[in-house]
Design a protein around this ligand. Structure first.
Ligand code: CMC
Length: 392
């Protein structure tokens, strides 16, 4: 039967080779296609980074113009798809709606989902990146009972998203450029992270040759959990629960207590055993955004910084190399921008769609690709004979 390696939770198994993202967890380094993420956050736009992640090189001006034009052209949802939202109860979680709606995209594009066709794969990736903000904003509008806003093609990707989220038909809505820039940076920082749980899920589903939109839906489902993308929502709920700086030591003790299920959300990472470089950039942006919005002494930001300070001095966190991760500070920016807590993980999903699509496309070209099929070590009963029900 061959010899298998038992590797629960895949801490030592490389499932693939990939050219997309490089992480050095010990040094806290993150590169997309070789470019440090801090340089991209500083200089680039989300769609330029999307191009880089998908195609492997930074675009020239004509290449970027063509790409942005194509994305803009695909932002609308089919009107029948829009009606799907009406089937959800008003208090459905946006991630629940997104899992369902994105899965249903698989029923719309039969003519362009030949997964062996390069052109079809490209249209899929572009369509997916274009439609995610429209779907996320529609999920929000459904939950607050407001009419859905059509995309505006004169706005850039992130500004258009803020417009679809916050504009209402009866009123004028001006997108705040600093808010749009902050959100764009957050999207850049979440665009890819190599073989994380949701990307591995997309690859696993994709390895069977399933419809790519269905594969992305499986990634959204995996992202939702609090150990992964759901952590940004969990951090804000946790900060709310802690409530006050005076309570920080008590909650740190709870986080250290193995009999207490409480964990410090937004802390720790499977790969980073040093500062998550994304968290450092986001903390800097927190200062800038809060200052711009005139809420410098934001109580949750102060609470988060105090939590970080005390945790980093604590032996428990030092010994286990637990540092703030990407989600520790992102929620504070989302909240300052007026985005409701239950939408935070959808923000992550919009950005990570780039990585999911890039990994799905990469694997279709990989000659080593076969159906992913992990093995197991059987620990159940040995073979036994059926007992009739009256003899049990
Ligand atoms: N609070 C308290 N203790 C922790 C934490 C935490 N947040 N994270 C890890 N530990 C402890 C854990 O109890 C274990 O201790 P011991 O060795 O004594 O049993 C040790 O540190 C190693 O943890 P692990 O659970 O084996 O590590 P993992 O690689 O399986 O899990 C993680 C990584 C991110 C799921 C985990 O650190 C965690 O649950 N963090 C909180 C949730 C979170 O912020 N997730 C977002 C991750 S970054 C963005 C993303 O991926 O979406």
């Amino acid at each position: 039967h061959g010899v298998f390696t038992y590797d629960p939770a895949f801490t030592a198994t490389c499932s693939t080779q990939s050219d997309i993202t490089y992480i050095d967890g010990a040094e806290g380094i993150l590169l997309y296609r070789g470019y440090p993420v801090d340089q991209l956050a500083e200089n680039s736009s989300f769609l330029e980074v999307a191009y880089l992640v998908l195609y492997g090189e930074l675009p020239t001006t004509p290449q970027l113009d063509e790409f942005v034009g194509a994305i803009t052209q695909h932002t609308m949802l089919n009107e029948s798809l829009s009606k799907f939202f009406d089937g959800f109860h008003y208090d459905a979680h946006p991630m629940a709606m997104m899992t369902g709606i994105v899965g249903s995209l698989s029923a719309f594009y039969h003519d362009t989902t030949d997964i062996r066709d390069d052109g079809h794969r490209e249209i899929f990736a572009r369509r997916m990146i274009a439609k995610m903000p429209t779907i996320a904003a529609a999920a929000y509008k459904h939950s607050v009972g407001q009419p859905k806003m059509y995309p505006r093609n004169d706005l850039d990707y992130t500004s258009n998203f803020l417009h679809m989220l916050f504009a209402v038909p009866a009123e004028t809505y001006e997108v705040d450029p600093i808010a749009a820039k902050a959100l764009d940076v957050l999207f850049i920082l979440h665009a890819d992270h190599e073989q994380n749980a949701s990307t591995s899920t997309v690859r696993m589903a994709g390895s069977t040759g399933t419809n790519p939109y269905a594969a992305i839906a499986s990634g959204i489902a995996a992202l939702w959990g609090p150990a992964h993308g759901g952590a940004n929502e969990a951090v804000l709920n946790m900060l709310g629960e802690i409530g006050d700086i005076s309570q920080v030591p008590r909650y740190l003790e709870k986080a250290k207590d193995k009999d207490d299920p409480f964990r410090l959300m937004g802390f720790g990472h499977r790969v980073y055993k040093n500062f998550d470089p994304r968290a450092t950039i986001i903390r800097g942006y927190c200062h800038e955004v809060l200052q711009h919005l005139g809420i410098e002494n934001h109580p949750l930001f102060e609470l988060a910084m105090e939590l970080e300070r005390i945790a980093l001095e604590d032996d428990y966190f030092k010994e286990r190399k637990l540092y703030p991760n990407v989600d520790f500070y992102s929620g504070i920016i989302y909240q300052a921008l007026g985005i409701p807590i239950n939408m935070f993980t959808s923000m992550f999903a919009i950005a990570r769609t780039v990585g999911w699509a890039a990994h799905w496309c990469e694997m279709q070209n990989d000659p080593a690709m076969r159906i992913a099929r992990p093995r197991q070590i059987y620990t159940g009963s040995p073979k036994r004979s059926y007992t009739p029900i009256d003899q049990r």
